[in-house]
Design a binder for this molecule. Structure first.
Ligand SMILES: Cc1cc2nc3c(=O)[nH]c(=O)nc-3n(C[C@H](O)[C@H](O)[C@H](O)COP(=O)(O)OP(=O)(O)OC[C@H]3O[C@@H](n4cnc5c(N)ncnc54)[C@H](O)[C@@H]3O)c2cc1C
Length: 280
């Protein structure tokens, strides 16, 4: 396998132009896949020396995350407000400390593991992704980026250069709940929630579901059911029911497994919403 080291953005894009080169970011998934023989890679371009990729900025209500921002960055209060609070709730469960120190958010977004937390957060928040390639840049909404497990619309010669996450307004409560059988492994299911209240009524709601389908899922009907309500127990229950009814295309799935998934989604959505209500 050929190893290239990029020192600037143009180097990285030039290396990818052959359409047959893999990006090496934190290496926490790629190297594992290579060692297990799960990935066939002829050439890698290591982007860890590209200083301009180690950038996190917040401007005009948008958090911009570049390719070398590590998971760990989001453990501290680097990002303020409700979005920062939500990211802190989520990130502390990803892998374990060495993985969070090396692994990058954009690596996780590009890898598209159906049980990964950042893709579900990005889809729920209606984030946008910037892809850069030989013909320039294009921007793709997060929910159109994912096409299946480990599958995205990214072309082989493109680099994911930025994730743009809208910040959340004051008055937003956030919540996160998950089922995970132990540290250092992906969750079996999780719900990521942000709810904004104005004058006692819900004016915006976001519910992302992890591992609830082959792609990250946004529980849109559940979100809609909350709007205009006073965030009562009844509203929480109705939203959890709506989230559990999501018909994610799992293909063939045994009825008992489907019911187990639905129950988990109901329980986790309810728990995350209850946590969010406390913060509103
Ligand atoms: C034991 C273990 C437990 C884990 N648990 C969790 C967990 O609970 N939740 C979770 O979300 N993740 C988990 N992970 C994965 C971890 O979050 C990885 O860091 C992440 O999936 C990939 O990020 P990376 O920077 O390490 O990417 P790499 O491993 O370097 O790359 C991963 C893939 O993405 C591509 N890629 C990387 N960056 C870019 C880019 N900018 N543009 C285009 N393509 C790119 C690579 O070519 C490769 O195909 C776990 C990993 C391990 C080993």
């Amino acid at each position: 396998m050929e190893y290239l080291r990029a020192t600037c953005r143009d180097d990285a894009l030039a290396a990818l132009a052959d359409g047959n080169t893999s990006v090496l970011a934190g290496g926490q998934s790629l190297v594992l896949d290579l060692s297990k023989g799960d990935a066939e890679v002829r050439r890698v371009v290591d982007i860890n020396q590209v200083a301009e990729f180690d950038l996190l900025t917040e401007r005009d209500g948008v958090l911009r995350v570049a390719p070398l921002v590590r998971h760990r960055t989001f453990e501290s209060v680097t990002v303020g407000g409700p979005l920062g609070e939500l990211m802190r709730l989520v990130v502390r469960n990803i892998g374990h400390p060495p993985i969070r120190a090396r692994g990058t958010m954009l690596g996780s977004l590009a890898y598209a593991h159906p049980a990964a937390e950042w893709p579900a957060l990005a889809v729920a928040l209606r984030a946008r992704f910037e892809l850069s390639g030989p013909d320039g840049c294009r921007t793709v909404p997060a929910d159109r980026f994912y096409t299946g497990p480990f599958a995205t619309v990214r072309r082989p010669e493109e680099l994911l250069t930025e994730a743009r996450l809208p910040t959340l307004p004051p008055g937003t409560g956030v919540g996160y709940a998950e089922d995970r059988s132990g540290p250092g492994i992906y969750p079996e299911a999780a719900a990521i929630v942000a709810v904004t209240m104005t004058d006692g009524l819900i004016t915006a709601a976001t519910i992302g579901l992890v591992n609830a389908g082959p792609r990250p899922v946004c529980a849109r009907a559940a979100e809609r059911s909350l709007l205009g309500t006073s965030f009562s127990d009844a509203a929480v229950n109705a939203a959890a029911e709506a989230a559990a009814c999501i018909d994610a295309d799992f293909g063939r799935i045994a009825p008992a497994d489907r019911r187990r998934r639905e129950r988990a989604t109901w329980r986790l959505t309810r728990r995350a919403l209850t946590q969010a209500r406390e913060g509103c």
